[in-house]
Design a protein around this ligand. Structure first.
Ligand SMILES: *Cc1c(COP(=O)(O)O)cnc(C)c1O
Length: 369
């Protein structure tokens, strides 16, 4: 492994102390709530186990799938773990029970499985579909579901409730307030009698932008990785620090005459003689193929523009007029000094997808100050 590691051109440097800082921002923004740090999808591409170990200060973790939850327990993680998608079979439910995982439930089949289960208690969170229409019980079913679940011998009381936002990234969109309203109304009759019911509503955007959504448990995800959860803003606007910095190396520099084209499909034509740098990173590393000409990259702290199409292993960048640059210099694709939000916009995607898309070929290096 060590030899290969030294030969790697593409590196994702993961700053664990930045991740802890971002968790503290989530905690400060909602001091009366507890945090379920969301580390699904390999902690948004940052390494689930390493991130879990770095976030000892969180109250709980959240993952999407049962194998993620089991991997955390197997790695010795002791905090509560919430399974956001819930279980889909008796076998999965048995793992939920055996590994002491809290599970979301959102459909009748899961209630049937709970009714048949014997043995140790399991902790359940009922998910309400307050308007996103992905997972969750309809608002008018919620009281009935609570009653049914209460009858299951294995279900730990009291019952907990949650919902999830569709549009909280847009602070102008009132759907978020409607969703909060629909959620609380759906369980009103229960909540009036059970005022200490544990509730979870807010994702990162809810935590930073919608204080009405703060509840017993908040669920920060993207903000932990130092990415703004809002449209048209970057991490710095919210005092978040980027956790992943993606880097590679310049492997060639050449002069290209005016009128000649660059890369596959000849989509970029030089409007003057240009100095072009070739960087060892491409969609085979997870750099987005849809990044457009003009997408920023950093070379020795100087911003340069992507030119033409992204290849599997390489990109071409404009070094015309850039001083003090040489083959082998480090190029930053996103992270420290270059907001991933900008790169995502240039590639018509979101930072979540860029982070999750970093491939096996990229060496992951953990930094902890
Ligand atoms: C992924 C996810 C979150 C975290 O969302 P962010 O936008 O990354 O903060 C919270 N809750 C649920 C149900 C999720 O699936």
């Amino acid at each position: 492994m060590s030899q290969e590691e030294n030969l790697n051109k593409t590196r994702a440097i993961i700053n664990l102390s930045a991740c802890r800082h971002n968790l503290s921002i989530a905690q400060q923004a909602a001091p009366d709530s507890k945090c379920i740090a969301i580390i699904k999808a390999n902690a948004y591409g940052h390494g689930m186990i390493e991130i879990a170990k770095a976030l000892q200060n969180t109250d709980a973790f959240g993952v999407a799938r049962i194998q993620e939850a089991i991997a955390l327990r197997d790695a010795g993680i002791k905090q509560p773990i919430l399974l956001l998608e819930g279980f889909t079979s008796e076998k999965e439910l048995k793992f939920v029970q055996q590994y002491n995982i809290k599970s979301v439930i959102h459909n009748d089949y899961q209630i049937q499985l709970l009714e048949q289960l014997q043995g140790d208690n399991v902790s359940i969170v009922i998910k309400v579909d307050s308007g996103m229409h992905r997972l969750g019980f309809n608002p008018n079913e919620v009281i009935g579901v609570i009653e049914k679940v209460k009858q299951c011998k294995v279900v730990q009381s009291p019952i907990k409730l949650m919902t999830h936002f569709a549009n909280a990234d847009d602070k102008q969109d009132n759907k978020t307030l409607d969703q909060i309203d629909v959620f609380y109304k759906s369980a009103e009759a229960y909540l009036e009698k059970n005022i200490t019911t544990e509730i979870s509503i807010a994702n990162s955007a809810g935590i930073l932008g919608w204080p009405q959504s703060h509840a017993t448990w908040n669920r920060p995800g993207i903000m932990l990785y130092g990415v703004s959860p809002f449209l048209q803003s970057t991490a710095l606007d919210h005092n978040l620090k980027p956790v992943m910095t993606l880097e590679s190396q310049l492997i060639s520099i050449k002069q290209v005459p005016k009128g000649d084209s660059i890369g596959y499909g000849s989509t970029y034509i030089c409007d003057k003689e240009m100095t072009v740098g070739i960087v060892a990173i491409g969609y085979g590393d997870g750099y987005p193929r849809h990044a457009k000409t003009g997408t920023p990259v950093l070379v020795n702290g100087q911003r340069c523009a992507l030119l033409g199409r992204v290849s599997m292993d390489m990109i071409c960048i404009d070094l015309t007029g850039i001083k003090n640059v040489d083959v082998c210099d480090v190029v930053t694709l996103w992270g420290d000094g270059l907001p991933i939000e900008e790169v995502a916009e240039s590639a018509e995607t979101i930072a979540y997808e860029l982070l999750c898309g970093v491939t096996q070929r990229v060496e992951i290096k953990y930094l902890d100050e």
